[in-house]
Ligand binder design. Structure first.
Ligand code: ACO
Length: 435
């Protein structure tokens, strides 16, 4: 099934006056009123390119998957507010929504769950790759390697072009496999036997927790993880999603494209922040718990320290996911009767930062990662697995964005320009003549 996005509308053109020439550019408008100047003909018309460090102002694509308004703190998947989905939906339903554009009917949900179940066995070769890693290897490295390795085990889905029927297989296949990979690597790192999936017995999220622990799963734990995965499921053109699209734009296969997304997510400025937040809170705790000292460090420009879990490229008021997570954090800790001193440190840090001029002026607020680690910790998920949990949640979003890209007829290979600032032409010298 393909999902048709609305074509952007055009609005009043923009004019550029440069070097005595006046050039008009078409302005396209999205369904929520966002407007963008289409600069496709800029270089041909003027010889100029645009410079946009960190893509602060560049829309790399139009997309019908996720809408977010950073000023108003709005996040919607396919038009549905994140607050409603987190409260009422499940991760699997949301994954279907992202991939197919609509919430599933009961029949379609059953079909999708059947697809996940059908692909829930993992090839022995993938298990061997996971077990071959040293016990202390980072789970994100293992996840990335195992995902790209799937291309060798499923050559039938390892072309850049897939039919509709192939896409209907490979997206749930990847979801079922990444779940297994995440659980297997944990078991392997503990020197324990791998626990295979039991899709007939458990839903996707409960199955993952069962595969990790080999024990019965508390439904409250499963519910909390469902919410976390829903909140992470997509976030429009972020660093990892843009990596998936960029790699996919070369017609690399879906496994290679998603593996690139895992790699991009790993960094502490992106998905790796959830691990970094807990490590930071533990560091503050070990230092005596004086969080004000760490606020001063974060403000000091001679100190590399940043308040992890704070700030966001697009949210400049609040991150709606952080609000939901903070509430979920209180709820799950209460339900599981856990008193985590890190929560008190996190709340103190947040309160202090939110009234500090430095953070106010720069519009720095807690992001999705600030409280998520405390929940993962309460669910007994080890710190070095937090970012893999993020990847598991983000996978349907990466898939939906990859699918949208390959289904766009006018898609071009992603290939930015540059402004060259290196040496001008010079000539080769024999090694004996070099100084
Ligand atoms: N702590 C202290 N200062 C900060 C922080 C922070 N967490 N974040 C930004 N700033 C400061 C910067 O030093 C800069 O100050 P300046 O104007 O005086 O130079 C200003 O705020 C703007 O920061 P940039 O880094 O230019 O903002 P950008 O939009 O490029 O970065 C980012 C956004 C990467 C999220 C940044 O806020 C950050 O590093 N946060 C901490 C890491 C983090 O939590 N990442 C997870 C993001 S959510 C996600 O990807 C899932």
């Amino acid at each position: 099934m393909t999902v048709a996005g609305k074509m952007p509308m055009t609005s009043k053109p923009a004019e550029l006056n440069y070097d005595g020439h006046k050039i008009e550019f078409q302005v396209t408008e999205g369904s929520e009123g966002e407007r963008g100047i289409d600069i496709n003909k800029l270089r041909d018309a003027t010889g100029l390119v645009t410079i946009d460090n960190g893509f602060m102002n560049t829309a790399a694509t139009s997309s019908a998957v996720t809408f977010l308004d950073g000023e108003k703190g709005i996040l919607r998947y396919r038009g549905y507010p994140i607050e409603e989905l987190a409260e009422k939906s499940t991760f699997i339903e949301v994954s279907y929504l992202l991939l197919y554009g609509e919430l599933p009917t009961a029949t379609r949900l059953k079909w999708f769950e059947g697809q996940l179940a059908k692909h829930s066995d993992t090839k022995e070769g993938i298990k061997t790759i996971i077990k071959a890693f040293p016990k202390e290897a980072h789970p994100m490295g293992i996840a990335s390697a195992a995902v790209v390795a799937l291309s060798g085990f499923y050559p039938e889905y390892s072309e850049g072009h897939l039919t509709e029927a192939q896409k209907d297989e490979v997206f749930p296949l990847l979801m079922a496999q990444l779940k297994n990979i995440a659980a297997y690597q944990y078991r392997a790192s503990q020197g324990k036997d791998l626990v295979d999936a039991q899709p007939k017995k458990f839903d996707y999220v409960t199955d993952f927790l069962f595969q990790m622990t080999g024990k019965d799963v508390d439904p409250e734990v499963s519910k909390a993880l469902n919410i976390l995965l829903i909140l992470h499921a997509d976030h429009e053109q972020n660093c990892s999603t843009s990596s998936v699209r960029l790699v996919g734009s070369s017609q690399a296969n879906v496994f290679a494209s998603i593996s690139a997304g895992v790699d991009a997510l790993w960094g502490p400025l992106h998905g790796g922040a959830n691990q970094a937040v807990i490590e930071m809170l533990q560091e503050i705790q070990a230092d005596g718990g004086d969080y004000k000292k760490f606020i001063l460090k974060a403000k000091n420009k001679d100190d590399n320290f940043r308040l992890m879990g704070f700030g966001h490229r697009v949210y400049k008021n609040f991150d709606p996911r952080a609000k939901i997570i903070k509430k979920a954090c209180d709820t799950i800790l209460e339900k599981l009767k856990i008193k985590d001193p890190l929560l008190a440190i996190a709340k103190g840090l947040e309160e202090e930062a939110l009234k500090d001029q430095y953070f106010v002026e720069r519009k720095l607020y807690p992001n999705v990662d600030f409280y998520s680690g405390i929940i993962y910790k309460a669910l007994n998920i080890p710190t070095n697995m937090f970012t893999v949990m993020f990847a598991l949640g983000r996978l349907p979003g990466w898939e939906a964005q990859w699918k949208e890209m390959v289904e766009t007829p006018s898609i071009k290979i992603g290939r930015p320009r540059q402004i060259y600032v290196g040496s001008t032409e010079r000539h080769y010298q024999a090694i004996t003549e070099r100084k």
